[in-house]
Design a protein around this ligand. Structure first.
Ligand code: 4AD
Ligand code: MG
Length: 478
């Protein structure tokens, strides 16, 4: 038997030669035409069988979902819809699939909600295989982007004792017996007896460790899983998500914005260049889905137009203070249309405000800077006015915040003051403060939520559909 060739490669392989393909049956028509997919690309290869030659017992077992191996000759196709097809000499069923009970019935397009419940099988649909190929391409492109620019990939720890964001949204890690934990005299739990001899949790961000590395290697990034125990049941939040966090010594806020904008544009361009077939499919999927909606709710641009639009226009950069003025005077604010009306400077921005700025006001990606210190993390560099910090959030259409970052507070006294004000325990963070004691330099970085990027590029609307096995409140299946 000839060596297996991937379906992706067979479309450009020489015709009139023998090949072996393996994959899963998508459809089987007229006891003659099998569509086979192996996930290497969106397209199926059509296999033509001669029922006299392939036994009745095998033909019965060619059902949607069955694992199959086919040996045959590649020929130029006689029929419409494909350039080449395989005329089978041998058909072997590798794994039967009972058509009656198979949960994926392609005839009536399964809903995304239903497929989420059978996430272990949803890879077998065109939509999800396309999404996960695009996700892969973007992950690869991230490493390429940084590697080409001389950044070093740092693996930040997943188990940590610190709360990098100071927001207290952590999953605890312990080996203590929860039914009978060791206690101190005052009744509190004695973590000295826990595995790490202290209270630990899953990381919410690799930033603090990336800062340690940046203050020696200059340009670094992390790309790892992060965990947040926030009870947000939204289409943009996960309890376990992947974050890309570059950290660069000697960069200020402007450099940081330039890096974020360059990176996002590079990644979108990479997807357009390397995932054309999958993006065209996802664009059509979105068009079909939007047909159900009233005209006014449909997107003005197709998926690919939207991606190109982001590349062609510089992101709008403005301060939080300027944004608040726009929002305060906006029609939805005056008409009471915002769920959280903007009353005064200092208000935290909700996704409805971010989306108004991006989708209605500027109609392009926006970078907001210099937020009030009260609504941002302790490590951001204080501005001269003592009221705002050198923060930046990148806001995207349909998504809201896709990146959060800042120039960091490199001055020891100022940093200690902020930590005190925000009740961040200084004694447990002495390792972090050491960077400010010994050769501190200006530096800046940011975090890109990987799933929010994949959401944007694939045109999907629920973040649970762009990570293989989503974790969210009440759900940790598979
Ligand atoms: O704005 P955040 O909380 O920033 C940080 O964690 C910083 N330490 C990053 C840094 O400066 N190195 O999170 C960064 C990004 C957000 O903009 C968002 O895209 C994503 O991470 N994100 C989430 N994505 C999915 N589910 C969640 N629950 C998320 N929380 C944040
Ligand atoms: Mg943020």
């Amino acid at each position: 038997m000839s060596k297996r060739i991937k379906i992706k490669d067979i479309f450009s392989a020489p015709v009139n030669q023998a090949y072996t393909i393996m994959g899963w049956v998508r459809t089987f028509r007229n006891n003659q035409f099998i569509s086979v997919n192996d996930g290497s690309c969106l397209a199926n290869i059509q296999v033509v069988i001669n029922s006299d030659q392939i036994g009745e017992d095998v033909i019965k077992r060619i059902t949607s979902g069955a694992g199959i191996s086919i040996q045959g000759t590649l020929i130029e196709s006689q029929g419409k819809g494909q350039t080449v097809e395989i005329v089978a000499d041998r058909v072997e069923i590798l794994g039967d699939c009972d058509a009656e009970t198979y949960p994926i019935q392609l005839k009536n397009r399964p809903s995304l909600e239903y497929l989420r419940e059978i996430a272990h099988l949803r890879f077998r649909t065109n939509a999800f295989s396309a999404i996960f190929r695009v996700r892969h391409a973007l992950a690869f492109a991230i490493h390429k982007f940084f590697n080409d620019r001389g950044f070093f990939y740092i693996h930040s720890p997943i188990i940590t004792a610190s709360d990098a964001e100071g927001a207290g949204e952590m999953f605890q890690v312990t080996t203590l017996d929860l039914n009978n934990p060791p206690r101190n005299e005052d009744g509190s739990i004695n973590y000295k007896e826990d595995f790490f001899e202290k209270h630990t949790n899953l990381t919410v961000s690799g930033q603090l460790e990336a800062e340690l590395a940046a203050l020696a290697l200059s340009e670094v990034y992390t790309f790892g899983p992060t965990f947040r125990a926030e009870n947000s049941n939204t289409t943009r939040h996960l309890a376990e998500f992947w974050m890309i966090e570059p950290e660069v010594a000697f960069n200020d806020l402007d450099d940081n914005m330039d890096l974020a904008e360059d990176m996002l544009k590079y990644l979108i361009q990479y997807a357009l260049d390397h995932c054309a077939e999958d993006l065209a499919f996802l664009e059509q999927r979105l068009l079909d889905e939007e047909k159900q909606k009233p005209q006014a709710d449909r997107s003005e641009m197709t998926l690919i137009e939207k991606l190109k639009f982001c590349l062609e226009h510089p992101f709008e950069r403005l301060t939080y203070t300027e944004a608040i003025d726009i929002l305060k005077n906006s029609t939805p604010n005056k008409k009471g249309k915002f769920q959280y009306p903007i009353k005064a400077w200092g208000a935290d921005l909700q996704s409805e405000h971010e989306r108004y700025l991006v989708e209605k006001h500027f109609k392009k990606p926006v970078i907001l800077t210099n937020y009030p210190k009260e609504i941002k993390a302790f490590y951001m560099r204080m501005d001269e006015d003592g009221k705002t910090v050198r923060a930046m959030d990148v806001l995207f259409p349909g998504i809201g915040e896709i990146i959060g970052g800042s120039q960091r507070e490199e001055r020891l006294d100022k940093l200690m003051q902020r930590m005190e004000e925000m009740h961040i325990p200084k004694d447990e963070m002495s390792w972090f403060l050491d960077t400010r004691k010994y050769g501190s330099v200006p530096h800046a970085g940011f975090g890109l939520g990987f799933e929010r990027l994949v959401l944007f590029v694939t045109g999907m609307t629920n973040i649970r559909d762009v990570i293989p096995f989503p974790r969210f409140p009440g759900s940790a299946e598979f």
